[in-house]
Ligand binder design. Sequence first.
Ligand code: KG4
Ligand code: ZN
Length: 333
Amino acid sequence: MSVILAIESSCDETSVAICNNGKITANVIANQTIHENYGGVIPELASRVHQQNIVPVVQQALIDAKVTKKDINAVAFTRGPGLLGSLLVGVSFAKSFALALDLPLIAVNHMQAHILAHFIDEPKPSFPFLCLTVSGGHTQIVLVKDYFDMEIVGETLDDAAGEAFDKTAKILNLPYPGGPLIDKHAREGNPLAYKFPEPQIKGLDYSFSGFKTAILYFLRDQEKEDPDFIQKHLNDICASVQHSIVQILLNKLKKAAKQYGIKDIAIAGGVSANSGLRNSLAELAAELGWNVFIPAFEYCTDNAAMIAIAGYHKYLNKDFVGQDIAPAARMVF
Ligand code: KG4
Ligand code: ZN
């Protein structure tokens, strides 16, 4: 029997989940809307809002899961990667909670947890599989050999796919985070209206910084001809940008699948909520005979349910850490 309380505070969502014998019974997420005013996450503000949110979010999770503090058997938390000030709130809270109730502590890697979100619900992938992990800070193709045996076989050399979405949105005067808004406008536009060059990067790695610059120059040239170009063609611009980013992501994923001879393919992370990516992946699956695993929307963007399920598998392995544990902002696998 195990009841695990899990805390996620790596960026701008304060989230607490409960995992009861491998089943998620609560997943409370407090979003921080304050950053919308600044065009990006302000680390100091994020940390302060986590401090305000953490106690009520824990209380709500206990209520949702219908358990009390006394029922908890272990505390899992995101150790990294993420913003140091944000991580510190979750890590400090987890350590204090575990110390007060004499519970074991479980440290979870946020990027591994995004992948392990696939083990919350059915159908679950079987090992080995490939996972394209695409978030605001990372873009990785990961060879997943076991729950905690993962190898990054390709990654971005500069910006992440989420950044490519968010920075394009900023150029288009859309508020932060722009990814979901580009997705929304893209549904009404023509994905082939404008063409942007695909970066030529060797192997399985990605690059998105040149892509962003290409969009910037394209819009600058168009606005010289027509100052209202963006307003008039917003849906087509969003659809074309989204289509290009999705093609870049999937072309390398196809290459990886071929190279490793693997047909079980998953996506994870905030950008896996993107409808264009989800649809194109489903089409590729039919074309190439892949078994694809696409997470439920609630488990794509940052959430503690993924920390809880990762924590559960570490709990089964008795993989605990001591009170001397510290956050690791640049944690790798
Ligand atoms: O995984 P996540 O919630 O946080 C990080 O760990 O970074 O990912 C956030 C990123 C942001 O860049 C956001 O714009 C992007 O995921 N995102 C999307 C969509 N929903 C979230 N990008 C494109 N389309 C979406 N529907
Ligand atoms: Zn994330």
